[in-house]
Design a protein around this ligand. Structure first.
Ligand SMILES: [Zn+2]
Ligand SMILES: [Zn+2]
Length: 260
């Protein structure tokens, strides 16, 4: 029996922790304290840290966690990490590791950062599992700090092609504001309205809207839907010069950057 826990941190981060009642792994621990508290409360042994990218809210807690637990730290080989993170076990695109008896594959998803990676477990108990950092959010995607729109579109295409039942563990609780943007992009999409109602109730109760699923994201996420006719039509009004799918995706990301 595995347990999947989103530990809240900072304003809106989730530090995803997976454990089997004895051993644990954690993804993107920007802060060590919530992780150490949880490990102590549940008497868990931290075996490994998985990093998706170099931003401080994702790897800032690594030195303290490493000192306290001796956990191994895995990271995408293509990502340049701060020196303070220390030595990591670098994973190339498609490389696999086994943690808690589960196989994880590194999927290279450049765009938000140059070497951003996601971790995918096809045969995790309870169904396929994806830790996607700041690449895919529910109803949204990460900002393009280091990569190009073409890279991000290709990265999201890879994630969207995973099995429909894949549980999607995003690193931030951005769902409500993303859904407001999604509604502006696709006013006629009833799935978006229904999910907005559901997530509004969850947030009123202080509950996470995550994990999402690949199936749900294909239905509500404008960044996975930028080639569909209603979205293409809306983007043609936003940016009449956007002539191909990459330019339209770039126009969509630009629109979101300024959306309030
Ligand atoms: Zn980031
Ligand atoms: Zn982040």
């Amino acid at each position: 029996m595995h347990h999947l826990i989103p530990l809240p941190a900072f304003q809106d981060n989730y530090l995803w922790l997976l454990h089997d009642g004895r051993d644990a792994i954690v993804v993107d621990p920007g802060d060590a304290q919530p992780v150490l508290r949880f490990l102590q409360q549940h008497q868990l042994d931290l075996k490994a840290v998985l990093l998706t990218h170099h931003h401080a809210d994702h790897c800032g807690g690594v030195p303290e966690l490493r000192a306290a637990t001796g956990a191994a730290v895995h990271a995408p080989a293509a990502e340049a990490l701060p020196a303070a993170v220390g030595p990591v076990l670098a994973l190339d695109d498609g490389e696999r590791i086994e943690l808690l008896g589960i196989g994880f594959e590194l999927i290279a998803v450049p765009g938000h950062t140059a070497g951003h990676g996601a971790y995918y477990a096809a045969r995790a108990p309870g169904g396929p599992l994806l830790f996607c950092g700041d690449t895919l959010f529910s109803a949204g995607c990460g900002r393009l700090f280091e990569g190009t729109p073409a890279q991000m579109l290709a990265s999201l295409d890879r994630l969207a092609a995973l099995p429909a039942a894949t549980r999607v563990c995003c690193a931030h609780e951005y769902t409500l504001s993303n859904l407001h943007f999604a509604q502006a992009v696709e006013p006629g999409n009833a799935d978006i309205g229904r999910h907005l109602e559901r997530c509004t109730r969850l947030r009123q109760q202080g509950l996470p809207t995550l994990p999402s699923s690949i199936d749900l994201e294909r239905r509500i996420n404008p960044f996975l839907r930028s080639r569909l006719p209603p979205v293409v039509a809306t983007l043609a009004q936003q940016d009449p010069l956007a002539a191909d799918e990459v330019a339209r995706f770039a126009a969509l990301r630009e629109w979101k950057n300024g959306f309030r």
